[in-house]
Write a protein that binds this ligand. Structure first.
Ligand code: FE2
Length: 159
């Protein structure tokens, strides 16, 4: 397999095993945000519906960045075919019609779960045998975006 990054295979393998469940979380989170965007029914429909599409675009881009980092590390992207039952941090999202409060509350929970996983990845790439600054930087950048989004989602709630 072609390797272009000058770091040991042992480390790249370990980094991929850190990134795989995080990628799966982002694919799942994207589904949650789009489901909320579609199933929303509320007096403030248009504002929240449009906002959720902006959120979905950020999540989609973040998943793309993680998947492409996996490729840069020399592995193929196969997270979607795997089950990370122990590490999955997102609860199932409701499939029924939701008002804005319920949709936003559910998404805040989903974002918290995803951020928890990303922060675990940040910790593992900050020091120890899986320390690696570039992957760490990528995860910190995504956490920065997500923690802002979590604050924005929460700020749309009224309760
Ligand atoms: Fe749409």
């Amino acid at each position: 397999m072609l390797r272009t990054i000058p770091i040991e295979k042992e480390l790249t393998d370990a980094l991929v095993s850190i990134l795989d469940p995080i990628l799966l979380d982002q694919l799942e989170l994207y589904n949650h945000v789009k489901t909320a965007h579609w199933n929303l029914r509320d007096a403030n429909f248009l504002v929240v519906h449009r906002f959720l599409d902006e959120v979905a675009a950020v999540v989609n881009e973040s998943g793309d960045i993680i998947a492409e980092r996996i490729r840069q590390l020399g592995a193929s992207v196969d997270a979607p075919s795997k089950r990370f039952s122990v590490e999955e941090r997102l609860k199932p999202f409701p499939s029924a019609e939701l008002d804005a409060e319920a949709a936003l509350t559910g998404l805040c929970e989903s974002f918290s779960g995803s951020i928890k996983g990303i922060r675990m990845g940040i910790e593992r790439t900050t020091e120890g045998v899986t320390e690696e600054p570039v992957t760490n930087d990528i995860l910190v950048a995504i956490a920065t975006e997500y923690e802002k989004l979590l604050w924005m989602l929460n700020s749309h709630r009224t309760k």
